[in-house]
Design a protein around this ligand. Structure first.
Ligand SMILES: Nc1ncnc2c1ncn2[C@@H]1O[C@H](COP(=O)(O)OP(=O)(O)OP(=O)(O)O)[C@@H](O)[C@H]1O
Ligand SMILES: [Mg+2]
Length: 439
């Protein structure tokens, strides 16, 4: 992508309304624009990141055996009356009427709708277990939308729903999602710790929130320092095998949100020097809720002995759009964002330090062609800004590799590359640049 043809409205000034660094940097880097309180338009740079994150979430859900579908954003109020949540959900629910005065709502979550789909088709335990998910916009009329996409009103969520014959099966499904979440967040360069959590309006009695530690986070958390260094299961993890050793390893060390924190247990189980009490960002939450929806909504299957039993359910959310902010909170410095490669909007940016000069133009065009041909997402800063402004913009938008092409280096056959993550620099020939970045 040539920067002269891209849409990257970088802001010079720090926007006053942004209280935390990720919000400030997303606005300054031209990633998104607020259209109303808690409602954002995703501009091209931000949208690229959002799609990368969404794709990692999708790949790990698929690997764990969940099946993707897509449910609508609008739902019938009557469906929610079946579970009793239409009234219980309160003012966070955006309620809408159509021209026939039918009551609708913009879905804040989808337990009811997926249960309705399930009960229409699945009648036998032989079709279980089943886990269905979608990645869809949600609306919650938050009392205090703030921190940009971290607490929006309209936001993108991955939500999965599992169906099992009994509690033992449901716990196996829960464990699969637990492991899939460990992998999902690690692939994005994040350390997200599963912590025991309250179940809230989703209901149920078993739940973990996946929390990225950050001072700007909205949740207070307590954990054993050792939990921060536990190994994340590899790509070869066998989801059909026994996952309980992994779950035991991750849940035997103390980690809890403030809502369920037990101070006496914490002090008893965790030696003083390993006690961590800090704040964090909730990037995902998983729930086991048994028959909370299947009983009132009559989602039953015939068991092995032929009698109908309500299924045991769980639901599993990931805050896809919140993750964009959470990753920035974890990966930035004073100059701007430092994207982990897996979610970066571009892998590399070519900075032509003397635009309009034959030698740098020719070298940049060649690099741009060769990297693109090798499938590298590369941005070419071909604007006629001075070098200093190009460096600042590249640091701000956080592309992992900066390729700096200036007349002095070229005269010696050298191009400088800089890794945004640690600022390390190296000089090498153009062909080595291509090999390094494409390799
Ligand atoms: N207002 C929001 N803006 C952006 N992401 C959100 C918002 N609310 C929830 N999420 C994300 O969706 C995920 C699943 O939704 P869940 O129902 O668990 O949210 P929640 O517990 O109500 O979130 P919170 O406690 O932050 O309000 C959350 O873990 C979070 O990452
Ligand atoms: Mg939650």
């Amino acid at each position: 992508m040539r920067l002269t043809r891209f849409f990257l409205p970088i802001l010079k000034e720090n926007p006053k309304e942004a209280e935390i660094v990720s919000h400030r940097l997303m606005l300054r880097a031209g990633m998104m624009r607020q259209e109303a309180a808690g409602i954002y338009a995703w501009l091209p740079l931000g949208y690229r990141v959002l799609k990368k994150i969404e794709q990692i979430v999708r790949e790990e859900q698929d690997r764990a055996g969940a099946l993707e579908l897509l449910m609508p954003t609008l739902q019938l109020a009557d469906l929610w009356r079946e579970s009793g949540r239409y009234d219980a959900y309160g003012p966070e629910m955006l309620r809408i009427a159509d021209r026939h005065k039918r009551e609708l709502l913009y879905g804040p979550t989808n337990e009811e709708m997926i249960t309705e789909i399930f009960r229409a088709y699945v009648k036998s335990y032989r079709n279980l277990p089943l886990n269905l998910y979608h990645i869809q916009w949600k609306f919650r009329d938050e009392q205090r939308p703030r921190f940009g996409v971290m607490r929006g009103r309209e936001f993108l969520m991955k939500d999965a729903y599992s169906f099992d014959l009994d509690e033992a099966g449901a716990r196996r499904s829960y464990n699969k999602m637990f492991v899939a979440y460990l992998r999902t967040f690690a692939r994005m360069g994040l350390k997200a710790i599963p912590m025991r959590a309250e179940t809230g309006p989703i209901g149920g009695d078993l739940s973990h929130e996946f929390i990225v530690l950050a001072e700007t986070g909205e949740s207070g958390v307590f954990c054993d320092r050792d939990v921060l260094d536990l190994p994340v299961p590899g790509q070869d993890v066998n989801y059909d095998g026994d996952l309980t050793p992994i779950i035991k390893q991750w849940t035997s060390l103390y980690a809890a949100t403030e809502d369920v924190h037990d101070a006496a247990r914490f002090e008893q189980e965790v030696p003083a020097e390993r006690r961590v009490n800090t704040r964090g960002i909730e990037v995902g939450q998983i729930f086991y809720f048994g028959t909370k929806y299947s009983e009132p909504m009559k989602a039953t299957v015939a068991g092995p002995d032929g009698t109908d039993v309500p299924i045991h359910g769980g639901s599993y959310g990931v805050g896809v759009s919140r993750l964009v902010g959470a990753i920035i909170e974890a990966c930035h410095d004073e100059a701007g964002i430092k994207w982990p490669e897996a979610v970066a909007p571009f892998k590399a940016v070519i900075l032509n330090l003397k635009q309009g000069s034959d030698d740098t133009d020719t070298a940049c065009e060649k690099l741009y062609r060769e990297l693109s041909a090798k499938g590298v997402d590369v941005l070419y800063d071909d604007t006629d800004q001075r070098a200093g402004a190009k460096f600042a913009a590249a640091d701000l938008i956080g592309i992992p590799w900066q390729i700096m092409v200036g007349p002095k280096g070229l005269a010696e056959g050298k191009i400088e590359i800089k890794r945004r993550a640690d600022g390390s620099r190296e000089n090498m020939s153009a062909s080595d640049v291509v090999a390094r970045i494409a390799g």
